[in-house]
Structures are given as C-alpha cells and as structure tokens.
Design a protein around this ligand. Sequence first.
Ligand SMILES: [Fe+2]
Ligand SMILES: [Fe+2]
Length: 195
Amino acid sequence: MTTFHDGVMNHPQAILELLTRKGALAYAGEGISQIEHAWQCGQLARAAGASQSLQLASWLHDLGHLMGEPEGTPTLQGVDDRHEHRGATLLEAVWGPGVAEPVRLHVQAKRYLVAIQPGYLERLSPDSVRSLALQGGAMGPQECLAFQSAPYALDAQKLRAWDEAGKRPQWFARDVPHAVNELRALMDLVHFLPA
Ligand SMILES: [Fe+2]
Ligand SMILES: [Fe+2]
C-alpha cells in the first residue's frame, strides 16, 4: 500500500478513520461540519437514484480537504487547496475511476455550470463564489467543449448539484460515528480494488 499525505493509506478503513478523526471539523465557510456535508451529499445522491459508485463519490468528494491540516477558511486566505485532485488520486487507487473521476471533476463542473446556466452563480454559497475565483472562474467556450467530452462529466455535474444543496445547517445531521457507519455500509457495496 502507498502512504499518502497525512498518513492516509489506500484502503477504505483508513478513509473511514480519517473521517472519524476529522469529520467534526468545520466545512470551512459553510456553517456545517465536514461529515454533515458529506452525509447530506450522500443522501441527496441516494434519493436521486445514483449508482452506488456515484453515491460514494458524493460522500467523499471533499476528502481532499481532510488530507492536509486545514486551518481556518482557505478561500479567505486566497488559497485554492486543489482538494479535488488530492482526493481523486487516493480514491482512484481504492475504487477506480467511477468514484474518482466525478470527484476530480467536481470543481470543473462548477466552472462549467456557471458558464452555461444563467443564474447558477447567484445560487452558489459565498464560499463557493470565493473558491470559484481562485479556481479560474467561469469556463470559456473551449474549456466548456473539452469538459463536455470528458468521461464522467455528467456524473460530475450531478455531484455538483448535490454539493450545492448539501450545505443546510438545519438538515438533520448524524453524529460522526453514525455517519461513518452509514458510509462503511455503502463502501461494502462498491467493488474495492485491492492494492
Ligand atoms: Fe469540493
Ligand atoms: Fe463539497
């Protein structure tokens, strides 16, 4: 197995342990915790009838935020933490592209949707607007064409919609152990690529 940042190993159990240790951290700038956001995105994906792989991607799309030592709100410090790439690289090794690629593309999906959907920008949370600027802003026409033809671009757009919607402070939130148990049950259903 390969050791990643923060001692994370390419194994589902190590990912669950990372969420157990850091899930209660604030989802920077959004008023909810990391595990609440992950849980809400997972629920929205399941309610929409997403495949188990895409449900898992929805749960884990922001894993990269937990793979370093986040301090405060990176976007307020003018930092793009490139969390989508860190998370996707780890997930690729564990479950392959069906989980990893929607995660890798979820930031690009925001840049794409802002470019093609009138009113999309206005619906973003303040932190998503700040990060959008750091991530390159709305895509230009050529970038949009390239994005549309990328494998998993549609899954990434679905994930992005759940990402925007899964930031509700008032939504019923599990505590960390309950949420991690739900996630473990889902992981058991998705084919694992042993190292
Ligand atoms: Fe994200
Ligand atoms: Fe997110």
